[in-house]
Write a protein that binds this ligand. Structure first.
Ligand SMILES: [Zn+2]
Length: 283
């Protein structure tokens, strides 16, 4: 009986180029492994990419209740202002999803004006961010006020707010640090609004708002007030005392209060993209 080994030996003698079948198969399988790896890696990347797009698209519907939002009958001006100052990093909504515990650092606690102003901002925000709560704490705060600093951490401006970066799993705000420099306490409400999720507007508005740029004209500083050339953005006040009273009464003005209420409503959820919001709202 002729064995398989013998046939192999004979074939090798007759043809020096002969290679056993098993060796060829091994070589092929190694090539196949490399080929599979080359194909599998981009396939995994493609699947992850498609998965993210699909997840993002499906999630967008959950993040914005357009019917409920429309039923509130917000004015066009309010919606425009909202879309201008609430979409932040990555063009997405960021806000708190847990109670806000405001803590004043040791320097801020020595400034009675800072304590009063912080408490005023807290009392204005309280009804706007329901059911979340905002209150002052002595320790373990998640929104820390650093008033009267020499310089902000970025070394420019009179105020600065830093919030936690968002990641793949959550865009919510859970930690904020608010800084105001010496003699610039008036910027505190603006910074606290950053800390709860507002951004600077890209546009100017014909109403007073603390996140953007406003022009004040105080008549008593002009020799002939009738010659003042007014634009629709100018706010006119008779005296400097009126100006101070106005600012005190508008720590957070009505339009921004409405935007904060819209932001913290159930209709809008953390992570909502501006592009999706505008597309749905214009339908
Ligand atoms: Zn700012």
């Amino acid at each position: 009986m002729v064995s398989l080994v013998q046939i192999e030996t004979d074939a090798r003698v007759q043809n020096p180029a002969y290679r056993p079948t098993t060796f060829l198969l091994k070589l092929n399988s190694s090539n196949m492994k490399t080929l599979k790896l080359i194909l599998i890696i981009p396939l995994i990347f493609l699947l992850v990419f498609v998965g993210i797009i699909l997840y993002d698209t499906l999630r967008a519907r959950y993040l914005f209740d357009v019917n409920s939002f429309n039923s509130k009958n917000y004015s066009e001006e309010s919606i425009a202002f909202f879309s201008d100052i609430t979409f932040r990093e990555g063009g997405r909504i960021r806000k708190w999803e847990s109670d806000i515990r405001v803590e004043l650092d040791s320097v801020s606690l020595q400034d009675s004006n800072c304590i009063v102003l912080t408490d005023q901002v807290i009392s204005i925000l309280t009804p706007l961010i329901k059911p979340l709560k905002i209150y002052r704490v002595k320790e373990n705060g998640n929104l820390i006020i650093h008033a009267n600093v020499d310089n902000t951490p970025i070394n420019k401006g009179i105020g600065y707010t830093e919030v936690n970066h968002f990641n793949l799993f959550s865009e919510s705000i859970c930690k904020a640090d608010v800084y105001t420099t010496k003699n610039s306490l008036s910027v505190l409400p603006h910074e606290m609004c950053h800390a709860i999720g507002l951004a600077h507007p890209e546009n100017r508005y014909p109403f007073y708002n603390i996140m953007g740029i406003n022009s004040f004209i105080i008549k008593e500083f002009f020799d002939d007030p009738s010659k003042i050339n007014l634009s629709k953005y100018d706010l006119v006040l008779d005296t400097n005392d009126d100006f101070i009273t106005f600012q005190k009464e508008n720590i957070i003005p009505p339009q921004e209060r409405e935007v904060i209420k819209m932001l913290y409503s159930e209709d809008i959820k953390v992570g909502l993209k501006k592009k999706y919001f505008l597309k749905k709202i214009r339908k």
